[in-house]
Design a protein around this ligand. Structure first.
Ligand code: GTP
Ligand code: MG
Length: 311
C-alpha cells in the first residue's frame, strides 16, 4: 500500500552519516515493520464523536462527521490507511433491536482471526460521550459485550476515552481562549474518570485507566481545536503491539495545531517517541542489531533524531 511518509523516512536514512551496512540494516528493519498493519476498532454510542476523533487523529475527511441526529454509521465502516485499518463500529443506544445487531457485529469482529490465526483486532478504543449524564448503555457495551470478548490480556486491548470534555458541565468552566478546562471542570472530569474506572472494575474485575479529551469541532463558523489528543495518541501507541506502532506516526494528522493543547500531567509526545523507539529496538532484524552493536551511539543518535523530526 502507498505510504509516502514511510518512503520519506527511508530516503532520510539514505542521507544518514553512517556506514552503508548500517543504513541497509536500518532500512530492512523498517521494511519489515512496513508489512505490519494495526487493526483498531473505534466504538461508542451514536454521536459520541467517533468520526471526529478519527479525523482529529489522522487528518480531516478520513471519516465523515455527522451533524444530523440520524446515525451516520449504521454498520461497521472500514477505513484503510497505509498500515492502519480502522473499524468504525456503532455502539449501543439505538433501541433494542438495533442494539442486538450492533452487539452481534462487535462480538463477531472481536473474534475474527487474521491470516496468521491471531485475533484481527489489536485494540478497541471505546469512546464515551462526556456531555452525557447517563453512561448506562456504555457500561453495558464495555462490561457485557466488549470485555468478555477480548480473549486473554484484556487489560491491554481496550482503551476507554471520554470525549467532549469541553461539554461535560454543559460548556461551563471551559476556557475557550486557552482551549482547556478550568480547575472546576478538571476536577469534575477526574471524578468522571474514576467513576468509569470503578464501574468497569465492579462489572468485570478488569482495572483500566480511562482518559478524557476533546476531539474538537467545526460548526457555525467556530473551529475548536482538540484537547488531550497527544495524550490519546500516546495511549493508543502504548497499547498497540510493538511491531505495529509506527503506523500511528506515519498516519498522524499533519496539522500540528491539533496536537498542541494537553494537560500538564505528562509529556505525551515524549511518551510516544519512547514507545516508537522501543519498537525500533525490539523489532530490528539481526543484521540491524549487529549494526547497532557495531556503530552503537551513532545509529542510536541518528535514529532518535529522525523519530523526533516527525513531531
Ligand atoms: N463540543 C464538542 N463537540 C464534539 C466533540 N467531538 C464531536 N463533537 C460533535 O458531536 C457530533 C457528533 O460527532 P461525530 O464525530 O459525528 O460522532 P459519531 O460517534 O461519529 O456519530 P455516529 O457516526 O452518528 O455514530 C458532531 O456535531 C461533532 O462536531 C467535542 O470534543 N466537543
Ligand atoms: Mg460517525
Amino acid at each position: 500500500m502507498q505510504n509516502t511518509r514511510f518512503e520519506e523516512i527511508l530516503s532520510d536514512i539514505q542521507t544518514m552519516d553512517i556506514p552503508e551496512e548500517g543504513k541497509q540494516a536500518f532500512i530492512s528493519s523498517l521494511l519489515r515493520l512496513k508489512e505490519e498493519t494495526v487493526n483498531l476498532m473505534i466504538t461508542g454510542a451514536t454521536g459520541c464523536g467517533k468520526s471526529s476523533t478519527i479525523n482529529a487523529l489522522f487528518g480531516e475527511e478520513v471519516a465523515k462527521v455527522g451533524q444530523s441526529p440520524s446515525p451516520e454509521t449504521m454498520n461497521i465502516t472500514k477505513y484503510e490507511l497505509p498500515n492502519l485499518t480502522i473499524w468504525d463500529t456503532p455502539g449501543l443506544g439505538d433501541g433494542v433491536n438495533m442494539d442486538q445487531q450492533h452487539a452481534r457485529n462487535i462480538v463477531k469482529k472481536l473474534n475474527e482471526r487474521d491470516a496468521k490465526g491471531n485475533l484481527l483486532i489489536d485494540l478497541v478504543l471505546v469512546i464515551l460521550d462526556g456531555s452525557s449524564r447517563d453512561l448506562g448503555t456504555s457500561y453495558e457495551l464495555i462490561n457485557k459485550v466488549i470485555i468478555p470478548n477480548l480473549g486473554q490480556n484484556k487489560q491491554n486491548r481496550i482503551l476507554v476515552a471520554i470525549n467532549q470534555a469541553d461539554m461535560a458541565m454543559k460548556g461551563r468552566y471551559w476556557n475557550k481562549e486557552e482551549n482547556k478546562p478550568e480547575p472546576q471542570l478538571e476536577a469534575f472530569l477526574e471524578e468522571k474518570v474514576e467513576n468509569v474506572r470503578q464501574r468497569i472494575k465492579e462489572g468485570t474485575g478488569v482495572d483500566i485507566t480511562p482518559i478524557y479529551y476533546s476531539a474538537g469541532f467545526k460548526e457555525f463558523g467556530e473551529d475548536q481545536k482538540p484537547y488531550n489528543l497527544s495524550k490519546l495518541l500516546s495511549f493508543l501507541v502504548k497499547y498497540t503491539p510493538t511491531e505495529k506502532r509506527l503506523a500511528y506516526i506515519t498516519n498522524r494528522n499533519e496539522d500540528v495545531i491539533v496536537w498542541k493543547s494537553n494537560d500538564d500531567k505528562g509529556n505525551y509526545d515524549e511518551d510516544t517517541i519512547n514507545s516508537i523507539w522501543e519498537t525500533l529496538k525490539e523489532t530490528a532484524v539481526d543484521v540491524a542489531k549487529a549494526a547497532i552493536v557495531k556503530y552503537g551511539p551513532k545509529i542510536l543518535k541518528k535514529g532518535l533524531k529522525w523519530i523526533t523530526k516527525l513531531f
